[in-house]
Design a protein around this ligand. Sequence first.
Ligand code: UD1
Length: 364
Amino acid sequence: MNILSVVGARPNFMKVAPIHAALVQAGFGSRIVHTGQHYDVRMSDVFFAQLGLPEPDAHLGVGSGSHAFQTARIMETFDDELSRFRPDGVVVVGDVNSTVACTLVAVKRGIPVAHVEAGLRSGDRSMPEEINRIVTDSISDLLFVSEPSGMANLLREGRPPEITHFVGNVMIDSLVMLRQRASESNVLAEIGLNGEAYGLVTIHRPANVDSPEPAGKIRDILMELADKIRIVFPMHPRTRASFSELGLLDGLVSHSAISVIEPQGYLEFLNLMQHATLVLTDSGGIQEETTYLGVPCLTIRDSTERPITVEIGTNQLIPLDAPTAIGAAEEILGVGPSPTSRVPDLWDGSAASRVVKILGDEWA
Ligand code: UD1
């Protein structure tokens, strides 16, 4: 059987890497198509090298643009690749534009699609990712779920129980595999951190960075937090472009307690997370990785599609409001990690082999 897996944007690489490895190990033909949604060396290439992913079998080179442009370009070009590769099944992961675009094309060609990380719902339809999740899950043939809320959401939406499988978290497979190697990275010394405590920050969501009011509040939170703890901020290109245009970048870059650095590789970022006193983010995956690592995480969002990270993990949702954010950070700095946090079920490093076992049973 030949399986074609899709990657497009940064959070896809660490999910597809363990699936590709498990497919190869189980004797499947495994091909990878990169849509090119993310294309910078630091947003893409470095992950292939570190995660042991082979060069993609095809690169669609779509690049940046509006959601409509990106989705449409991916659909057109992916259709051609399906003609060329004629896979027996397609695997898509996560919730980015590449995920939904490739799912639509494959399903309409009658090629079965498996969605890995299915069923997550924030309930917030103003997030582009939420629309991508709903559409992808409603037409995929097999749904692989990472946490119990995902199963409940899919059943509530009327997806057949026999196509939904709770397999755990494939992204954690990559973390488990590379944690040791990540701890050997020199990134802390390179940033000039010599055992000093620091908070790690990643912020890139359009709702937080694209317009002056929220972006200004983010800047205020960071300036105030920097009075309490050193800050390391690997900046997403979207955030850098927007903060620069809004005149918010210089104040952060010139602050002596804030290190604004380039987007990091997988190993370097994992190392930074492992050693951070706290993480401040608006990412999806980082809520899960910090929960696995037991590192306190403050997520600047009103809702999360990953509620298990709040229920049993180290994650806390906070509004975009400086006094609340600083209060939450102070509490962490005072008391350290929540003693009650634990690792969710089946986040054990073996999720991809469960996925591949089921693919073999269902599609062979
Ligand atoms: C995308 C995903 C988001 C994910 C994020 C991780 C969607 C809808 N969003 O958002 O869920 O959390 O990736 O990073 O799919 N850019 C570069 N170089 C790159 C890629 C992007 O400079 O390699 C810049 C471009 O200016 C681009 C902007 O970043 O316009 C945004 O990129 P885009 O792929 O549109 O969305 P992200 O914000 O990265």
